[in-house]
Design a protein around this ligand. Structure first.
Ligand SMILES: C[S@@+](CC[C@H](N)C(=O)[O-])C[C@H]1O[C@@H](n2cnc3c(N)ncnc32)[C@H](O)[C@@H]1O
Length: 209
């Protein structure tokens, strides 16, 4: 049976790029550029959506764009072709990734975990852990509630609309799920005001005997 998120993103694929255009232009562009710069090796772009990260894929990287929504990926495919970036497109669920153990050097996931319900986040993160090689790195961008009262209030006003349009929430506890899944947090930093958080986590290498 089709999941509620899958159904939501069939609809969202129609308006995603249009509604996000101002944010993409004035907020996300710089953040995505910085996030991807210098990454190399085999990289999983998880929850790739319409392919907003595609223009930032480094030439030195071999990137696989994966998502559970065929309609979102159709737009990513067009973007990959337009940008002439290479990049393989794979339809797969973050909760049961269709990849081999240790296949990737890094995983980048932008605004997927504010969409995934808390109950399934640890499962998805364990899947990411499985497909990363030992020493591999996970890079996340997520929205969180501001600690500034007036900004937080504004986010509370927007929250029902954001959840209806994108299934996204500002109160996911991704940091805790990362630690519960066994990742080591190596960086935690706001990249836009105090509402977009960058989390970088590592899959530790097994200790040598
Ligand atoms: C808010 S969009 C983010 C898209 C893109 N990463 C970006 O930065 O614009 C969330 C994406 O996660 C995808 N998604 C939701 N649940 C998923 C799951 N269980 N497995 C894989 N992708 C999923 C949706 O289809 C959607 O494309």
């Amino acid at each position: 049976m089709e999941s509620p998120l899958r159904r939501l993103y069939r609809r969202a694929s129609v308006y995603y790029d249009v509604l996000d255009w101002p944010l993409e232009r004035f907020r996300y562009g710089r953040i995505r550029r910085e996030l991807w710069s210098g990454l190399r090796g085999r990289i999983l772009d998880l929850g790739a959506g319409t392919g907003r990260n595609v223009p930032h894929y480094p030439a030195a990287a071999d990137v696989v764009a994966a998502d559970a929504s065929p309609e979102m990926l159709e737009r990513a495919r067009a973007r990959v072709a337009a940008e002439n970036r290479g990049g393989r497109i794979v339809l797969t669920d973050a909760l049961a990734l269709d990849f081999q153990d240790g296949e990737f050097d890094a995983c980048v996931s932008t605004f997927l975990f504010c969409v995934l319900p808390d109950e399934v986040q640890e499962r998805a993160l364990r899947e990411v852990m499985r497909v990363l090689r030992p020493g591999g790195t996970l890079y996340l961008l997520e929205y969180v509630y501001s600690r500034v009262w007036w900004r937080r209030l504004w986010m509370r006003v927007l929250a029902p609309g954001v959840e209806a349009l994108y299934g996204a929430r500002f109160d996911r506890d991704t940091r805790t799920h990362l630690l519960d899944a066994g990742f080591s947090l190596t960086e935690e930093r706001y990249v836009h005001a105090d509402i977009i958080l960058k989390l970088v986590a590592r899959k530790e290498q097994p200790l040598a005997r």
